[in-house]
Design a binder for this molecule. Structure first.
Ligand code: ADP
Ligand code: ADP
Length: 237
């Protein structure tokens, strides 16, 4: 479970872009964050994985306050946070297997890739997950030979290889066509159930959020202005 309390982020001396934000995300649930550009959605995700340093507040992931961690502890905690990106962030000239293994190892395993040496159990796990999302037959293809939807599946498997405690997805479907977007959202929803994973998604497509999220959180000027089940959205909006 992720429990954020009184989170504040201020860049430099500017006004805070997150203002005493409270948010709890249960396991096995998809929470979609919507809101206009500039509302603070990316900043929120970046505070959780500590790509940006929160100014104040707590971010508790399964009993560990991420804001209190430094150095090796922080690197360790980051490995427990699976990231999925709008642009997939794959290494094009490496194979699907090599990309996926970089999630496990936390870096691009160049020499391992060259030597084809990964621990057996990592290979097995990668194949299981690739089977699960339907890309196992591409394991030895270069990442740039795949379609957008397939590339995002690689991104999902790479994140799952970390055995994450939470998945953070920043506009994961924004580069995909509508049908592929639906497949990816459906996949994230079923994986959330299967692995008891909380999933926090920044998304601009409200219809998609309503169809696939368990909860919709609306942000505006660094605050949460609603937080409700999708069915309640029409009433709130
Ligand atoms: P988004 O689509 O997420 O709103 P933006 O265009 O706002 O993207 O931001 C793109 C990048 O520029 C991000 O890495 C963000 O952190 C950075 N950025 C946005 N606003 C500023 C700013 N005022 N000063 C410095 N960097 C910024
Ligand atoms: P969203 O993801 O909802 O578009 P962001 O978190 O990207 O919102 O941005 C929230 C606010 O923070 C915006 O006003 C943006 O310009 C500002 N901002 C984002 N990143 C930076 C940065 N690195 N430096 C300064 N200001 C930033």
């Amino acid at each position: 479970m992720l429990k954020i309390s009184k989170l504040v982020k201020r860049y430099g001396n500017g006004d805070p872009v997150l203002k005493d934000l409270d948010l709890t995300v249960e396991s096995e649930s998809i929470v979609a964050i919507i809101g206009a550009s500039g509302a603070g959605k990316s900043t929120l995700l970046r505070c959780i994985n500590r790509l940006v340093e929160p100014t104040a507040g707590k971010i508790d992931l399964n009993g560990v306050d991420l804001t209190a961690l430094r150095g090796a502890q922080l690197r360790h905690a980051r490995r427990r946070i699976g990231m999925i990106f709008q642009g997939f962030n794959l290494v094009d000239r490496l194979t699907v297997m090599e990309n996926v293994q970089s999630g496990r190892l936390g870096y691009i395993p160049l020499w391992r890739a060259v030597m084809r040496r990964y621990p057996k159990q990592d290979i097995r796990r990668a194949y299981e997950l690739m089977e699960r999302v339907g890309i196992a037959h591409y394991a030895n293809k270069r990442a740039d030979a795949l379609s957008g939807g397939e590339r995002q599946r690689v991104g999902v498997v790479r994140a799952l290889m970390q055995e994450p405690e939470i998945l953070l997805a920043d506009e994961p479907t924004a580069s995909l066509d509508p049908k592929t977007s639906e497949q990816i959202m459906e996949l994230l929803r079923s994986l959330s159930r299967e692995f008891s994973l909380p999933v926090l998604i920044n998304i601009h497509n409200v219809a998609e959020a309503k169809t696939y999220a368990d909860r919709i959180v609306g942000m505006r000027y660094g605050r949460i202005i609603f937080d409700a089940e999708p069915d309640a959205l029409d009433a709130a909006a």
